[in-house]
Design a protein around this ligand. Structure first.
Ligand SMILES: CC(C)(COP(=O)(O)OP(=O)(O)OC[C@H]1O[C@@H](n2cnc3c(N)ncnc32)[C@H](O)[C@@H]1OP(=O)(O)O)[C@@H](O)C(=O)NCCC(=O)NCCS
Length: 201
């Protein structure tokens, strides 16, 4: 598990497109849209998310020397990326961080990869002083909802068309409070539910 580096632009593009091809029903962005982005966008995104307290991407790489998951089945090669997650500072709720683009390669699902990704993302959010982390999940995605519940996220508000989505998907907003004092403030929930904007870069 590691934070992205500026030099990871091509690998970021590959894993993000793999995620969108694998699970188009899970994400607001589309394979066509992301696939059409110029390489300079991926370079800018990798560089931006490599440092600082506003944006971060965490990448999960298969370690060398691990056994194959199932005998006889080809698994990901050593060094291959098998998971990613983005976290960013939403401009309408800058004291929070927002989790997005979470994906685990099918070959390593059910092995704790999501826990590693969330651990890195939430650890970073704590380090940078976020009062909470929010996300939007398609409610008919039990694997994802289950992972988020296990890490303490709770639904806030109602299932809604939180964003314009050409495929007509609806999203469930979920929130994890990181700061008890901030969470006790009467405006906390309202601030956490400030409107979604596409800030993936
Ligand atoms: C959601 C996701 C990140 C979970 O990753 P993961 O590392 O498999 O997470 P977990 O190991 O905690 O498994 C979560 C659930 O997936 C299911 N699961 C387990 N092994 C699985 C496998 N080999 N294949 C498919 N699903 C599996 C189980 O229902 C599990 O729930 P359980 O803990 O009650 O058994 C992953 O399934 C994924 O990338 N899905 C597609 C993209 C997506 O939906 N992203 C979330 C956007 S909000």
């Amino acid at each position: 598990m590691r934070r992205i580096e500026a030099a990871d632009a091509e690998r970021l593009r590959e894993i993000r497109l793999a995620a969108l091809a694998d699970a188009p029903g899970s994400f607001w962005q589309t394979l066509a849209g992301e696939g059409a982005r110029p390489f300079a966008d991926w370079q800018a995104r990798a560089a931006r998310n490599a440092t600082g307290d506003a944006h971060a991407t965490f990448l999960l790489e298969r370690a060398p020397g691990l056994p194959e998951r199932a005998p006889g089945l080809a698994g990901p090669a050593p060094g291959q990326l098998v998971g990613m997650v983005d976290v960013h500072r939403p401009s309408h709720a800058p004291e929070f961080r927002e989790l997005a683009a979470m994906w685990v390669a099918p070959a390593v699902r059910g092995t704790g990869a999501a826990d590693l990704l969330l651990g890195a993302a939430l650890g970073w959010a704590r380090e940078v002083g976020a009062v909470g982390v929010r996300l939007w999940v398609v409610p008919t995605n039990p694997a994802a909802v289950g992972v988020y519940l296990r890490h303490g996220f709770r639904p806030v508000g109602t299932v809604e068309e939180a964003v314009p989505d050409e495929a007509g998907k609806v999203y469930l907003p979920m929130l994890l409070a990181l700061d008890d004092d901030a969470a006790a403030e009467p405006t906390f929930l309202e601030r956490a539910q400030a409107p979604w904007t596409d800030e993936s870069g």
